[in-house]
Design a protein around this ligand. Structure first.
Ligand code: DC
Length: 230
């Protein structure tokens, strides 16, 4: 299936980490009864398997081979989305801060982005898709019916991520986390291949000072408004 039906609607939700993007995307997908693409999880799983197999970011043929061979599956469970790479559950390791850092390094490589493009487009299945990432509106689904770019100040994003991680027993400091997030953001924004940036037709929603419910309601209102325009 290399030619997904362009008439199937896609809602693109892009933005940096710590904006509540993943939570909003999955709640909106549940609300609409649509499928969900967590493209960050795809990059995280890819980077994890590359590192496990000693494939370095400059090993072009190793990366090409991995793109051809890797089997990444998303399994919706009661405990949330599980990520399996080549049949092994890798959810916990890819969701870690190290997992995010690795994903950002491999995601800079044009051949990796190109190689993972088709897999993402194949997720466009009826009745619709909510696509969460960095380049959903700019590159992967430029024809999305609505493009939302969630943002927040770097300070707030680091604080949110810190609170989330603390609940999971994270022992690092807010200061160190802030530095790591700033580095990953800079890497994602400044790369030449599909940098993190709002599409020219995206609606930017600043989530600073807003809770998840408020942002969810704002996004749902934007969807309803757009559907009425059609
Ligand atoms: O959304 P996330 O934090 O799980 O993403 C992890 C990294 O993957 C992020 O720092 C950059 C990369 N990524 C990307 O380059 N393009 C995407 N569409 C999604 C993620």
């Amino acid at each position: 299936m290399s030619n997904p039906d362009q008439s199937i609607p896609v809602l693109a939700i892009d933005g940096p980490s710590g904006t509540g993007k993943g939570t909003i995307a999955s709640r909106v997908a549940g609300h609409l009864g649509w499928h969900m693409l967590d493209s960050g999880a795809l990059y995280r799983a890819f980077a994890h398997v590359a590192v496990e197999n000693d494939i370095s970011p400059d090993d072009a043929s190793g990366l090409q081979e991995l793109i051809r061979a890797i089997d990444i599956a998303f399994i919706q469970t009661d405990a949330g989305l599980k990520i399996a790479a080549d049949g092994t559950d890798v959810t916990d390791c890819v969701r870690s801060e190290v997992g995010g850092k690795r994903a950002s390094i491999f995601a800079k490589i044009p051949l990796v982005r190109e190689g993972l493009l088709e897999r993402q487009r194949r997720m466009r299945v009826a009745p619709g898709l909510v696509a969460d990432g960095r380049d959903m509106g700019t590159v992967v689904f430029p024809d999305a019916f609505l493009k939302i770019f969630l943002d927040a100040s770097a300070y707030i994003r680091a604080q949110r991520r810190y609170n989330q991680l603390k609940e999971k027993g994270f022992s690092g400091t807010l200061r160190a986390l802030r530095k790591e997030i700033a580095e990953r953001d800079a890497q994602d924004r400044n790369r030449s291949a599909s940098p993190l940036t709002p599409a020219s037709d995206a609606i930017v929603v600043d989530t600073s000072g807003k809770g998840i419910v408020e942002v969810f309601n704002e996004v749902v209102a934007l969807i309803e408004e757009r559907l009425l325009e059609e």
